[in-house]
Design a binder for this molecule. Sequence first.
Ligand code: PAF
Length: 281
Amino acid sequence: MPILRSVAALRSVVDAWHDAGLRVALVPTMGALHDGHMTLVGRGLQLADRVIASVFVNPTQFGPNEDFAAYPRREAGDAELLAGAGAHALYAPTVDEMYPDGFATTVGVSGLSEGLCGAFRPGHFAGVATVVAKLLLQARPDVALFGEKDYQQLQVIRRMVRDLDIPAAVVGVPTVREADGLAMSSRNAYLTPVERAIAPALFRALTEAAARLAAGAPVAEQEERARVAVLAAGFASVDYLELRDADSLARLDRLDRPGRLLAAARLGKARLLDNIAVSPR
Ligand code: PAF
């Protein structure tokens, strides 16, 4: 499986595939790959003839006090996993290739980028939207796959692709979980064994609140009860735990349409995200 370092090398591979009439899928990642990423590759193989994964730890989506330097980087292991999963190429550009001297453009998606993670990570979604726009324009895939674990990110990317007429189909793939329910994430590597045992409480609280909401329980009361359960389990703090409209991410005071219960909570060095669908019965 070739490792491509430049936009030119990436384009020549993808152009040759397109010239041969093949459909191409892109799986954008920041590396430290786990089964969640492998599921994206597998779905890509179902939807397209060729799958490229990108691994790029994108500096512009990290705040000044965040974990850019500490973010796990293991390209050789990632390349092996990708080859084993049947990916056809790895695109791993350098920071200079992605952001050459004088780079001056930012893609911003207003509305969807505000609130939830956007309120706690200023500039994060502009960094994500900018790099994903670049990856999609560099690779020109027919389809691009993203995990639902980062649900707000997925909605931001869907809107950006629609608004900018980027000719790629965006496909969201359900969250892959450990046996105890913890959503797979590269950042789970930050958890100590004690924290790892506490971590599934987030999904448990969301699942229980979703069941009660679906049965008609009041929204504010269930959000609060789930927050209290997460803290009681040992999380240090809850950034947010809220029911939102599944498409627009607008606040939902009543579950009268498809909703999404979304949470971010801090445990040791990790900030864990999770979310689940909630539908009125
Ligand atoms: O979800 C991620 O890993 C990243 O935010 C993405 C989409 C690869 C952009 O850097």
